[in-house]
Design a protein around this ligand. Sequence first.
Ligand SMILES: Cc1cc2nc3c(=O)[nH]c(=O)nc-3n(C[C@H](O)[C@H](O)[C@H](O)COP(=O)(O)OP(=O)(O)OC[C@H]3O[C@@H](n4cnc5c(N)ncnc54)[C@H](O)[C@@H]3O)c2cc1C
Length: 380
Amino acid sequence: MSEALLSEEAVAFQEQVRLFVEREIAPQAQRWDHEERYPRELFKKLGDLGWLGTAFPESVGGSGGGSVLYAVLCAELARGSAAVALGLYVHTALASSAVLHLGNDEQRQRILPPALRGEQVGCWAYAEAGAGADVASVATRAVRQGDDYVLDGSKLYITNAPFADFMVVVASTEPERGLKGLSLFLVERGRQGVQTGKPMQKLGMGASEMSEIVFDACRVPASNLLGREGTGFLEAMRVLTLGRIAAASFGVGLGRAALEAALAHTRERVQFGKPLTKQQFVRFTLADMATRLEAAWQLTLGAARLVDAGEPHDKEASMAKLFASETATWACERALHLCGAQGYMRESPAQRFYRDCKVLELGEGTSEIQRETIARCLGA
Ligand SMILES: Cc1cc2nc3c(=O)[nH]c(=O)nc-3n(C[C@H](O)[C@H](O)[C@H](O)COP(=O)(O)OP(=O)(O)OC[C@H]3O[C@@H](n4cnc5c(N)ncnc54)[C@H](O)[C@@H]3O)c2cc1C
């Protein structure tokens, strides 16, 4: 991740995050992956440092750092542990961001200050057994009854759900209107009729906890509706572009970690009487990895700058997310290849990177959805 394109402030921030990650996260990442959890207190530490609020205004407890600094934060965290970065992204770029952009003043002041201090953690509950890329298929229902809405249905694959204090839930208020009938609700843990399942076991992102959430006649006050009924989700898709910047930054950070692992291994490993780094194929692979990751980083920073400047950025955010996630998958596979059998062993970070990266192409809009967005922006 070249520093050349970063401001002095961003370089200093990057250094600060890097030191924290090297001290508090990277040495534990492998163990957390095996244990399938990381300490929840990490959110509090990141909150105390003011980093959870990087992309949030000061009026709600953020630090107003903006999207470029947020990209730096996500990339550095992912370099240490992609699973930790995933938890932070869901909490900040999705759950808390939805409250910031769609919530009213009361909701913002109630939810965001403790969320950005890391005292409360959020999750984003959209996916269902029948609703993945096809958003209009959401079957969870929210029916207005007097001053409340009653939620019924279930959500699947929800990151942070096993411990989240608040959930931003996508539910249908008017099923016959498809996408235009979807609304967003705040649901606090502890409400009657909401239950989270056992943590689900995954290929990668082992330390990031995920589960099902079941809503069974769960009653929430109408004041927990986020945004306007029926337009909440469409509006969320329009404003929650920070998620694509975050996902792109993960790709860069994770790919960078894979490159560093491959470089360290091939410098040390001697075959045919010399280190692997003296073989042209290995040198060229490392060079290609570094080049593609730098291109991904520059696309990501470009998109983040547009966000900060208040310029249109839909196409650029999708390009960054698409390119960085596919580059990460490619780079992590190449890194594992260069690390050989040693990289394939469970104690090797290379195999963790290889397992962690794939989800970046699936979450936050799959690669196909990003290509659709880019094609639409081109007028195709
Ligand atoms: C580790 C992890 C964490 C997650 N965390 C969360 C979370 O916190 N909250 C949440 O709501 N969800 C979460 N998800 C779920 C995520 O939202 C879904 O994976 C995503 O929406 C894609 O849905 P799907 O996996 O059901 O794929 P599907 O929609 O079944 O798609 C399968 C494949 O078909 C392709 N496809 C589908 N439709 C089309 C089309 N029209 N044209 C071309 N190709 C198409 C897709 O691109 C994909 O490659 C998580 C998933 C994972 C793996």
